[in-house]
Design a protein around this ligand. Structure first.
Ligand code: HAM
Length: 424
């Protein structure tokens, strides 16, 4: 075989797409219940959008973007995440002017990151994300977290852990940044070249560096919690108390900093605690991003959101041994014997399909026995047999496959009688 699916991507074959469709339908139901409306943005955007919003010093921007120059000599990037495009669209379409604020949006679509392939980490993956833009109410932080948890619960997952932190506002971030620089500066020679360049620009990124994660200085680094000012601490307390109201349990982890630059105040991740789950345990990540709309020339529009990949959700379902609903089987299989029967069979097939009945027939010139085997393999509920005698009499033999009973039915009544006899 000369061609293979690109590294880090996968073909989702029909036996799997059925699972995806079920998960997507849970996502749509839950988003609908929370009044989040679907938004679809392009798969590529101007590179600068991600550089500015996700952050120049992040791994995503520095190492993982699929960037190309288009024929008009513009730098474009396949979206590595959905928040920057959604905020771009929010500002561009002046959604801040819609009376019903906050604007609550969700998306499901492919994202692209050039990462090292491993279980649960792909170069193309599908994110379900939700964003609530326009409100700084701590209750909406809890709502967004509840939305994510609801999706996992509806998917049958129970081995979950919600981890929470507050990154504070700009003022706390500044004093924490100074403390980090003071902490790392004397030992920066021990760190990778990326961390060296991050030290002055964005020392927070040293804390989630994949190369230096084992360096003991990371564990002893000054914690953001100690730098939270009164307002930020009060905000965090309120978010926690709203979560308590919803009976959503959480752990506070002062080391949770998230890998993208736009966060402030609430940051959270939902992990799988299932034993069968691989090394990467994060199922979902999100947080608040109050300055983002302003950063691209929009008005002040505080936002919060999350994203989860469907790939990891399915892996977690697998690890917890969750089963899926049975795939729908075929309603009707039409068996025809001889050339004269094929045409009326083919016409009947079309009539059934127009009435929404899942039906099929043989296109491989199989004998009667072979056609019956196909009907069996496809688990058809009803088999319609049309032979030369039936054609002559203008009837068809309709067999119910579960109890073996059969009945001759006039051609003109076939669609109606079959429809009413089907279980669904
Ligand atoms: P993120 O933490 O970069 O955040 O990604 C969120 C989720 O996307 C992860 O928890 C994981 O489920 C999934 N994910 C990320 N990279 C991969 C990968 N290579 N393969 C499979 N799944 C992956 C964001 O993207 C933010 N935009 C989330 C957000 C929305 N924050 C606020 N609003």
């Amino acid at each position: 075989m000369i061609f293979k699916v690109p590294r880090g991507t996968q073909d989702i074959l029909p036996s799997e797409t059925w699972k995806w469709q079920q998960v997507e339908s849970i996502i749509k139901d839950v988003s609908d219940a929370f009044r989040y409306k679907e938004i679809r943005t392009p798969i590529f955007e101007q590179t600068e959008l991600f550089q500015r919003l996700v952050g120049e010093t992040t791994d995503v921007v520095q190492k993982e973007m699929y960037t190309f120059t288009d024929k008009g000599n513009r730098s474009m990037t396949l979206r590595p995440e959905g928040t920057a495009p959604v905020v771009r669209s929010f500002v561009e379409h002046k959604m801040f002017g819609i009376p019903d604020q906050p604007v609550k949006l969700f998306y499901v679509g492919p994202m692209f990151r050039y990462e090292r392939q491993q279980a649960g980490r792909y170069r193309q993956f599908v994110q379900f994300g939700a964003e609530a833009i326009g409100s700084a109410d701590p209750a909406i932080d809890a709502e967004v977290i509840a939305l994510a948890m609801n999706v996992y619960e509806r998917a049958g997952l129970s081995d979950l852990k919600l981890v929470l932190n507050s990154l504070g506002d700009t003022e706390c971030r500044k004093s924490h940044k100074d403390a980090l620089i003071a902490h790392f500066s004397p030992h920066i020679a021990e760190f990778c070249s990326d961390c060296k360049s991050r030290l002055d620009l964005n020392p927070l990124r040293i804390l989630d560096c994949k190369v230096d994660s084992e360096n003991p200085l990371i564990a002893t680094a000054p914690s953001l919690t100690d730098y939270l000012n009164e307002d930020s601490a009060a905000y965090f307390e309120q978010v926690k108390s709203y979560l308590d109201d919803l009976n959503i349990s959480y752990e506070v982890d002062a080391n949770l900093v998230r890998g993208l630059d736009y966060y402030n105040h609430t940051a959270f991740e939902i992990m799988s605690t299932s034993e069968g789950f691989g090394a990467i345990t994060t199922l979902c990540g999100g947080g608040r991003y109050n300055g983002l709309a302003e950063d691209i020339g929009g008005p002040s529009a505080p936002g919060i959101g999350f994203a989860m990949s469907i790939e990891r959700l399915l892996l977690a379902m697998n690890a917890e041994g969750k089963s899926f609903d049975e795939e729908p089987t075929l309603d009707v299989y039409i068996v025809t014997l001889g050339d004269d029967a094929k045409r009326p069979g083919f016409k009947l097939l079309n009539e059934l399909r127009k009435s929404g009945i899942r039906s099929d027939m043989d296109y491989m010139d199989r004998k009667m026995k072979g056609q019956m085997k196909s009907a069996d393999r496809l688990n058809a509920e009803v088999v319609v047999v049309i032979g030369e005698d039936e054609v002559a009499e203008n009837v068809a033999m309709v067999r119910n496959m579960s109890d073996g009973t059969q009945e001759k039915i006039a051609t003109s009544e076939l669609v109606e009688k079959i429809t009413s006899s089907l279980k669904r």
